[in-house]
Design a binder for this molecule. Structure first.
Ligand code: AGP
Length: 609
C-alpha cells in the first residue's frame, strides 16, 4: 500500500508533490521520490527511507516545473533502497511512472521486455510499466496506457509522466484507490484524499478500469473501452485527521475494513491460474529437505502467536507433520528440541520483535530451516530467515493488530497447502476445494463488514464489565485467544480465553450472573460439545454472545445473542470468526473512551526483551 500523487498546473509542482506525499506517509515510508519535466528532460529525485530523507537530499533544491508525479513506498517486490524507489523510468528516460498495487505477471512481462532489448535497473514489479509504455508508444499516451493495462494482471493505481506530452498526466486504476482533485487552472491526483485537502475538496473518485486524463484546464475520465464517463463530483467534508483514517474514527476500524483488500493482496500471485495448487516462489526449500522435515515449530509473540496456534492445527491436518506452537520468549530459553530436520516458522507483523528475532536465531543456531512470515519487507526477521513469506496487509498503524493477523492466518493455510502439495498428503481435488474456498474469503469478510453486526446492544449492556471470558474448541479456541487479547489490549477489560471443555476444571467458579461469555461455535464436529459448555455457563446465569457459522442456528436457543458468519470450509472459519471479535473489542473500547489506536502501556513493535 503505497501513496502516489500527481500535479499539473501553474504552480511549482515539487513542493505540492512533497506536501501530498507527507500526507500519505501513513501508507508507506520505505522510500519516497518525485519526477518532474525540466529543461526538456524528466528529472527524478528519490531516496530510500522516510520523506525527510528525500527532503534532506534535496537540501532545499526545488526543480522549476509545473508538472510532476510522486510516490511514497510500502515495499512488496524489491528491498527498500534508492534503486527500487519510485518513480521508475524506461530505458530512454521518456516515461516516468509511479504505482501502487501489485503487478502479478511482472516476471513474464520483464522477460519479454528484456528479450525486446529493454534494460531493467530495479527489482520491482512496477518497472515493467514505463518499459511497456516505451515499447508501445505511438504518439498518444491514452492509447498507449490502454494497450499497457491490457497486458497487466494484478492491482494498480498508476500515474505516467511523458516527456513527449508535458501538458498531460494520464492515470489508470484497477483494484487500488485513486482520486482526482479538481482545481482552477490546475488538477491533482492522489491515492487518498488527505493529499488533496489543502488544495481542493472537489474530487472524482476513480472506479476500477477508469483512465483519467489531466490537463491544466480539464480532467477527462474514460471507461475501459475508452468512452468518456460523466463523473459525479464528490465533495469532501472530512477534516484532515479524519481523512488520513479514510473517514473512520480510528486507524484500527479503518484497518479492520481493509481486511478484504489485505487478503486479496496476500493471495495474489500465489494461486495457480486454474486454482489447482498454491505457488510460493519465495520458498526455496530443496525437495529432498522438504521430505526430511519431521517437525514444524511455529514461534511468535502476542497476536502473531495466536495465528501460529491456528497454523499448528492447519499444518498438522494438511501436511501430517507434528507441529509445536511456542511463545518466542519461552522457546529461546527452553533449549528446544530443534535440529536440521525441523522447519521453524517465525511470525511477526513488524519483523522487529526482539523475542521473535532471538527465537529465530536460536532455531538457526540449532540448524533448522527458518521461514519468516512478516508484513515488513527487509525487516530483521526477513533478512535473517532462509525464506520469507510476506503478508501484504500494508502498513498497520493501530497498535492492536487486525489486518496483519488475518493475513498471517492466510499464510498458515498457504504454507499448509504448500507442504501438503510437496509431501503428497492431500489429493488434488482436496487441495483445489480448499483453494476455491480460500479465494472466496475476501468477499465473505467484506459481507460481514457490510452487514454490520448486532453487537451494539451487547456492548451497551456490558461495556462497564471488568471481566469477560472467551470459549471455544479446536480452531475456535485459538480464535478465542485472539478475541480476548484484542479486548484486553484496547478496552482494558480483564478477558480470558479458555478451551471450552476446560471450564469445569476450575474457571467455572468465576462464572457468575451477567458475566459476559463470548462463545465461538464454528466447528460442526465440535458443535454438540460446545453447546453443552454454553449450557454450563448459562446455568450460572452468564450472558452469552455466540459467534456461529450460518447453518448452526440452533445455538440461538442457548445463547443470548448470536453473530452469524458465512459458511466456509471448516478449517478456514478463523479468518471469518475473528472479524466480529475485532469489532466487539473496538466498540467496547470506544464506549469506555479508551485511546483505541495507542492503548496505554503498549507499543506497535516491541524491540526490547
Ligand atoms: C497485537 O495486537 C499486539 N500489538 C501485540 O501482541 C503484537 O502482536 C506482538 O507484539 C507481536 O508483534 P509482531 O507481530 O510485530 O512481532
Amino acid at each position: 500500500m503505497c501513496g502516489i500523487v500527481g500535479y499539473l498546473g501553474g504552480r511549482q509542482a515539487a513542493p505540492i508533490l512533497l506536501e501530498g506525499l507527507q500526507k500519505l506517509e501513513y501508507r508507506g515510508y520505505d522510500s519516497a521520490g518525485i519526477a518532474v519535466i525540466q529543461n526538456n528532460a524528466i528529472e527524478i529525485l528519490k531516496k530510500s527511507g522516510k520523506l525527510a530523507q528525500l527532503r534532506a537530499q534535496m537540501n532545499g533544491y526545488m526543480p522549476e516545473s509545473t508538472a510532476g508525479i510522486g510516490h511514497t513506498r510500502w515495499a512488496t517486490h524489491g528491498r527498500p533502497n534508492d534503486v527500487n524507489a519510485h518513480p521508475h523510468l524506461d530505458c530512454q528516460g521518456r516515461f516516468a511512472v509511479v504505482h501502487n498495487g501489485i503487478i502479478e505477471n511482472y516476471l513474464t512481462l520483464r522477460e519479454w521486455l528484456i528479450s525486446q532489448g529493454h534494460v531493467f535497473r530495479s527489482e520491482t514489479d512496477t518497472e515493467v510499466l514505463p518499459h511497456l509504455l516505451e515499447e508501445f508508444y505511438m504518439g498518444d499516451m491514452v492509447e498507449t496506457i490502454q494497450r499497457v493495462i491490457k497486458k497487466v494482471d494484478g492491482s494498480y493505481a498508476m500515474v505516467a509522466l511523458a516527456l513527449d506530452e508535458p501538458n498531460r498526466l494520464v492515470a489508470a486504476r484497477h483494484d487500488s484507490p485513486l482520486v482526482v482533485g479538481l482545481g482552477e487552472g490546475e488538477n491533482f491526483l492522489a491515492s487518498d484524499i488527505p493529499a488533496l485537502l489543502k488544495h481542493t475538496r472537489e474530487t472524482y473518485i476513480l472506479e476500477d478500469g477508469e483512465i483519467a486524463v489531466l490537463t491544466r484546464q480539464d480532467v477527462e475520465v474514460l471507461d475501459h473501452s475508452g468512452r468518456r464517463v460523466d463523473k459525479k463530483v464528490f465533495h469532501v467534508k472530512w477534516e484532515a485527521a479524519q481523512a488520513e483514517k479514510g473517514g473512520y474514527d480510528h486507524f484500527m476500524l479503518k484497518e479492520i475494513h481493509e481486511q478484504p483488500r489485505a487478503l486479496k493482496d496476500t493471495l495474489s500471485g500465489r494461486i495457480a491460474q486454474d486454482g489447482s495448487r498454491v505457488i510460493l516462489n519465495e520458498i526455496n526449500i530443496p525437495q529432498e529437505q522438504l521430505q526430511q522435515i519431521n517437525k514444524v515449530v511455529i514461534t511468535a509473540c502476542g497476536t502473531a502467536f495466536h495465528a501460529g496456534l491456528v497454523g499448528k492445527n492447519v499444518i498438522e491436518t494438511l501436511a501430517g507433520i507434528p507441529v509445536e506452537a511456542d511463545i518466542a520468549s519461552e522457546l529461546r530459553y527452553r533449549n528446544p528440541l530443534i535440529d536440521a530436520n525441523s522447519l521453524v516458522i517465525v511470525i511477526s507483523q513488524s519483523g522487529e520483535t526482539a523475542d521473535t528475532l532471538a527465537a529465530l536465531r536460536e532455531a538457526k543456531r540449532k540448524g533448522a530451516r527458518v521461514i519468516a512470515v512478516t508484513n515488513v519487507v527487509d525487516s530483521s526477521v526477513a533478512r535473517e530467515a532462509d525464506d520469507v513469506l510476506y503478508t501484504w496487509a500494508g502498513p498497520e498503524i493501530a497498535v492492536a493488530s487486525t489486518k496483519a493477523y488475518i493475513t498471517q492466518l492466510l499464510s498458515m493455510y498457504l504454507l499448509g497447502l504448500y507442504l501438503a502439495q510437496n509431501r503428497g498428503t492431500l489429493k488434488d481435488r482436496e487441495i483445489a476445494q480448499i483453494i476455491t474456498d480460500l479465494r472466496k474469503l475476501p468477499d465473505k469478510v467484506a459481507s460481514i463488514l457490510e452487514n454490520g453486526t448486532n453487537i451494539k446492544e451487547f456492548v451497551r449492556e456490558h461495556c462497564n464489565c471488568e471481566n469477560a471470558f472467551f470459549i471455544g474448541r479446536g480452531l475456535d479456541y485459538a480464535v478465542a485467544m485472539e478475541g480476548s487479547l484484542k479486548l484486553k489490549e484496547i478496552s482494558y477489560i480483564h478477558a480470558e480465553a479458555y478451551a471450552a471443555g476446560e471450564l469445569k476444571h476450575g474457571t467455572l467458579a468465576l462464572i457468575v450472573k451477567d458475566v459476559p461469555v463470548v462463545a465461538l461455535v464454528t466447528q460442526q464436529a465440535l458443535y454438540d460439545k460446545t453447546v453443552s459448555n454454553i449450557k454450563e455457563v448459562k446455568a450460572r446465569e452468564a450472558t452469552v454472545l455466540a459467534v456461529a457459522t450460518r447453518g448452526l442456528e440452533e445455538v440461538s436457543k442457548v445463547a443470548d445473542e448470536v453473530l452469524y458468519i458465512p459458511r466456509t470450509h471448516q478449517m478456514l472459519t478463523p479468518i471469518l470468526a475473528v472479524v466480529p471479535l475485532q469489532l466487539l473489542a473496538y466498540y467496547m473500547a470506544v464506549s469506555r473512551g479508551c485511546d483505541v489506536d495507542q492503548p496505554r502501556n503498549l507499543a506497535k513493535s516491541v524491540t526490547v526483551e
